[in-house]
Write a protein that binds this ligand. Structure first.
Ligand code: CTP
Length: 405
């Protein structure tokens, strides 16, 4: 259990911080909420007190005998400010101590995470950019805001990331994994491809994209530049990641290979269709046309094998930065002979790590948890017990980070 301070700025996104608070308390942390005076205009003191089970103060003049502006910061294991408004970022960057929250930020010696939320113009203003740069320089973690609908009808960067995304960053900071992928570019494929039969029908699979998005979120939390090649995923974009949307295996191949040329690591978590209909009908196939033709299938490119092959071919005496990823990770969903099939697949596809999980009978697909074994090229494996997909993702990144240093 860690003592967490949840600082709350005065932004319309405050309601999402109630959910963030819930995620902390449900995972056993003790949370002290410190809102600014104006934040209470959006969500009142009783809500924070009831959800946290702790007293809520905004002023340094309350409970003075406890010296709260010093004690709260000193006792914290993590301070997270969500939403962090432009004003709050400015006051924090300039070392102001004009309320309990900014006083707490000055006395805290633990990791500090800011989750900004404001209008795009405010986020992009040189003053805010400079404040964010200054905070980052001093070691604070400032999460990139999400892109999307803002308070009014306008859209752009400035949305508070989903509570689950902010929680993920904090979880990784608390686990001491902070920023070990900083300066690295990683590519994650996620979801499942669709192969068109006609304009309304396709051959697809059950992959939800949950594991791929967990990989993307944890990599962002660990400081990586992340490109997600997302095949038909109905989940909110992971904040701070670049999302390239694709539908078919061939589109996924092109997007992954293009991104991989500049990447340190590629993780192929997507379920890619091995086959596609030989012919895609331009018009809807009507039942009035009589007995349907059988659908003939042809092979799709194997993206993972192609990545391995490209690396093998380029691994000669080339000089300068390598035009291929240094670490290639595959996933394998198997229903039987899981380990033997996995080991053969690892070798066949020339990857460094292969995450093998058993599927079928309600396992893995669409569930928030997963269990797997990571097979390592050259021998050895790491067993990952059933747990959240984020835990599995973190083990994968631990192994990737080891191979990058
Ligand atoms: N994969 C890929 N391109 C394909 C098929 C799969 O890049 N056309 C990748 C997946 O993203 C995954 C890994 O290969 O990382 C394993 O996929 P899987 O379907 O289990 O392997 P297959 O080679 O198709 O083996 P099989 O269907 O015979 O089990």
């Amino acid at each position: 259990m860690t003592s967490i301070v949840l600082g709350v700025g005065a932004g319309i996104a405050v309601y999402k911080s109630c959910e963030l608070l819930r995620l902390f308390t449900e995972s056993g942390h003790d949370v002290r909420v410190v809102p600014t005076r104006d934040a209470l205009r959006f969500v009142g003191e009783p809500t924070w007190a009831a959800l946290s089970g702790n007293p809520v103060t905004t002023e340094v003049w309350e409970s003075v005998h406890e010296v709260p502006h010093v004690r709260i910061g000193q006792g914290a294991g993590l301070v997270v400010v969500a939403p962090a408004t432009a004003d709050l970022l400015a006051r924090a960057a300039h070392g102001r101590a004009d309320d309990l929250l900014t006083g707490t930020l000055l006395t805290a010696r633990c990791p500090v995470v800011f989750a900004p939320a404001m209008h795009t113009e405010m986020w992009e203003h040189p003053a805010t950019r400079a404040n964010v740069a200054l905070l980052r320089e001093r070691g604070a973690i400032v999460i990139e805001p999400a892109v999307g609908r803002l308070t009014g009808a306008d859209t752009g960067p400035g949305r508070l990331p989903d509570p689950a995304e902010i929680f993920e960053v904090c979880r990784s900071v608390l686990a001491g994994r902070a920023r070990d992928l900083a300066g690295r570019h990683v590519v994650v494929s996620a979801g499942g491809t669709r192969e068109a039969i006609d304009p309304v029908r396709f051959i697809g699979n059950r992959s939800s994209g949950l594991q791929g998005y967990a990989l993307a979120r944890t990599a962002v939390a660990r400081g990586a530049e992340v490109t997600v090649v997302s095949a038909n995923v109905a989940l909110p974009d992971p904040a701070g990641a670049k999302v390239v949307r694709v539908e078919s295996a061939r589109e996924l191949r092109d997007a992954v290979l293009a991104a991989a040329a500049h990447a340190d690591a590629v993780v192929m978590a997507a379920a890619v269709a091995d086959f596609r209909p030989a012919r895609e009908s331009d018009t809807k196939i009507k039942k009035s046309a009589g007995e349907p033709e059988p659908i003939r299938l042809v092979r799709n490119p194997d993206v993972l094998a192609e990545l391995g092959e490209t690396r093998r071919a380029a691994a000669g005496p080339a000089e300068g930065p390598a035009p291929y990823p240094r670490v290639i990770v595959g996933f394998a969903a198997e229903t039987d002979d899981v380990l033997a099939n996995g080991r053969a697949k690892l070798e066949r596809k020339g990857c460094d790590l292969l995450v093998v999980n058993q599927v079928g009978r309600g396992l893995a697909f669409g569930r928030p948890d997963n269990a797997a074994v990571v097979l390592i090229a050259g021998g050895g494996d790491v067993e990952i017990p059933r747990g959240p997909k984020e835990d599995l993702a973190d083990v994968v990144w631990d192994l990737v980070a080891e191979r990058l240093t």
